[in-house]
Design a binder for this molecule. Structure first.
Ligand code: GAL
Length: 376
């Protein structure tokens, strides 16, 4: 699978190339194909450049920092670049599937032409997807695969995310990875199909290598995850535990507190999302690693697909894979590649991509740890 940044460049080049060819009457007119969409006139394709109307963006919750910090602004910026006259209408469900259903209805009635939805509950959103389709509105599933007749899906290879978490945990454990080594596993919310993919990838990597002695859902909530971790510590006995699996960084923050209270801060702890607080825990040694899913390529791909669906342009050069959702629909998909981030590659990943500066990571509380880690 191509690295996301390369793949987006290719897709954009193809779209611009098709247009350039149409404009100039000959294929491969390289000048426009090699430059970014903006270079070939406002917003990539002529159709996109003059397109009007609105795209609805529905995000699931705002406890996890990614949505408002990265997904929303990157998506809005890309739509603006591709289709400056197209409005993005935004709503966050705050963790409530009922609220998200209402938000979808409001957007459908307000006349959006495309709905981009990151479902709080992939089964419950199905009726909203069907209602949108019934009105001729295109639907893109973003990051989490909604049920129903969605037109396209953009996310990461989420089984690979889990597998990286598993192989990462085994390598941190080293010789301590034995079939009797007790691991506490805190999964995501089962209403989110990604949680099952992370879990199956993780378990396939660690099966036979360690003992999953405790397994529960933290519902993507830091406080719930902390409670579950404390319950596991009380049940298994602190000294009998070898490590903790957290499906994401948000929950890892809560689990790290429970570990600290039990004197277990130095045990391995996994994560996902490359949140700033997680990067700081990695530098300080109270989290082993996180899984970085570069947000910009994901949001860019979703914006391009949404704009292409709005203008009637093809999406096949972007959504080159397929995935079957929980209602049995086979969906054209763009699945990007995740990367494990530990103390050795913070600079070449999240800093290089402009997510955080070294100064943002190495605040006074972490200055000494950053120095030791050679992060400057
Ligand atoms: C998942 C998403 C993760 C995560 C979680 C909590 O679907 O892929 O990045 O943080 O939801 O919102």
């Amino acid at each position: 699978m191509k690295h996301p940044l390369k793949r987006v460049a290719t897709a954009t080049a193809v779209v611009s190339l098709v247009l350039a060819a149409a404009a100039c009457g000959k294929a491969g007119s390289s000048s426009s194909s090699s430059s970014s969409p903006a270079a070939s006139g406002a917003g990539g394709t002529a159709a996109a450049g003059s397109a009007t109307g609105s795209i609805g963006l529905l995000l699931p919750e705002n406890t996890t920092t990614r949505y408002e910090q990265f997904d929303k602004p990157y998506f809005e910026a890309k739509v603006k670049e591709l289709a400056p006259n197209v409005e993005v209408k935004y709503a966050n469900a705050g963790g409530s599937p009922q609220t998200q259903a209402q938000q979808a209805t409001t957007m459908i009635n307000s006349g959006v032409k495309v709905l981009v939805v990151d479902a709080q509950d992939s089964a419950q959103i199905k009726s909203s997807v069907e209602a949108a389709k019934a009105k001729g509105i295109k639907v893109v599933a973003y990051d989490r695969l909604a049920q129903g007749p969605v037109d396209a899906y953009v996310s990461f290879d989420n089984v690979k995310v889990g597998h990286l978490q598993g192989t990462g945990l085994l390598s941190v454990l080293g010789s301590k990875a034995t079939p009797s080594a007790k691991i506490v596993e805190i999964d995501g919310d089962s209403a989110d199909p990604n949680a099952a993919d992370f879990k199956s990838g993780f378990q396939s990597a660690v099966k036979g290598h360690v003992d999953i002695a405790y397994d529960a859902s933290g519902l993507w909530k830091p406080d719930v995850a902390a409670q579950k971790a404390t319950a596991a510590i009380n049940q298994l006995g602190a000294s009998n535990i070898s490590g903790f699996y957290s499906a994401n960084d948000g929950m890892a923050a809560g689990i790290a507190t429970s570990m600290k209270n039990a004197g277990l801060s130095k045990l391995p702890l996994t994560g996902q999302d490359a949140q700033l607080d997680a990067i700081q825990r990695i530098v300080a040694g109270t989290q082993s690693f996180t899984i970085y899913k570069a947000y910009k390529p994901e949001a860019d791909a979703a914006a391009e697909i949404a704009v292409n669906l709005l203008t009637g342009a093809p999406i096949t050069s972007i959504a080159t894979a397929t995935k079957v959702n929980g209602s049995g629909n086979t969906v054209s998909s763009d699945l990007l590649t995740p990367v494990l981030v530990n103390v050795s590659n913070i600079k070449s990943t999240v800093v290089a991509d402009g997510l955080y500066t070294v100064a943002q990571i190495c605040t006074p509380d972490f200055a000494a740890a950053c120095k030791t880690a050679g992060l400057s």
